[in-house]
Design a protein around this ligand. Structure first.
Ligand SMILES: [Zn+2]
Length: 248
């Protein structure tokens, strides 16, 4: 795949000259068990030197996944909803934790997700909540903090450092996957331009550069060119003045 990374390289040069650094992180969604695609993800993460926060669906997570993660310190499990079930009415956008469901049931599920994955993954578990479809009502955010979560992750540049008291907002910014009509790589030059644009705004102080700059992927849905794009994306970003984000 022949891509022109020049716009991004020029931007990263400006960072270098200003003596600035950007924090980076990687989130990958929908893991439940070891698969060939998960192998590909783990190997890629290892080769580019960027750990992956693996958003695991608690209800369906297998002990096989726990064993798999145990041997790989570059895979860091986080909580991906409870069962990844859409509970929204047909005419609404999809979501698992929408306000149409009683709050005590949603709390029970989000709490059980954290308990179950902590039991399975032990110390490697990061208490981050990733709502399926990246959607969560604002009214539910304080509940997450109460349940013991330390952060929540959706998409787009965050507006506030905390989503609720004691709950960090750590979003993703670049998603290379196109879902409809069929899965594949989004227009790659546009993703490169978007990356350059977002980093430029950070450099200029127009966006929060303390939020780690995140790539969002879905290993089970990747075509070969999505994998190749991710590989090139990380190689380019780690050529610049980056630092790896470590969850507090
Ligand atoms: Zn998902």
């Amino acid at each position: 795949m022949n891509l022109d990374w020049t716009p991004l390289r020029v931007e990263l040069d400006r960072w270098r000259r200003k003596g600035m650094q950007y924090p980076i992180w990687w989130r990958d969604d929908d893991a439940t068990r070891p698969t060939e695609a998960l192998d590909e993800l783990a190997v890629l993460s290892d080769s580019v030197g960027v750990p992956v926060h693996l958003a695991v669906i608690p209800r369906d997570a297998t002990m096989g996944l726990a064993e798999y993660v145990r041997d790989r310190s570059n895979l860091r499990p986080v909580v991906h909803g409870w069962s990844h079930t859409n509970h929204q009415p047909a005419e609404k956008t999809r979501g698992e934790f929408g306000e149409n469901r009683p709050i005590h049931i949603r709390c029970e599920e989000a709490g059980e997700g954290l308990r179950r994955l902590t039991e399975m993954f032990g110390d490697s578990m990061t208490p981050m909540f990733v709502p399926p479809w990246n959607r969560i009502p604002v009214s539910f955010l304080p509940e997450l903090a109460q349940l013991g979560y330390k952060s929540v992750s959706t998409c787009h540049p965050r507006e506030n450092v905390e989503a609720a008291e004691g709950l960090l907002q750590i979003n993703t910014h670049i998603d290379p996957l196109y879902w409809r009509p069929s899965r594949g790589l989004s227009a790659p030059q546009l993703i490169i331009e978007k990356t350059e644009r977002l980093l430029k705004k950070r450099r200029q102080g127009k966006l929060d550069n303390t939020e780690p700059f995140g790539l969002l992927t879905h290993h089970l849905a990747h075509t070969p060119d999505v994998w190749e794009f991710c590989r090139q994306f990380w190689l380019e970003l780690t050529e610049g003045p980056f630092e790896i984000f470590e969850h507090p």
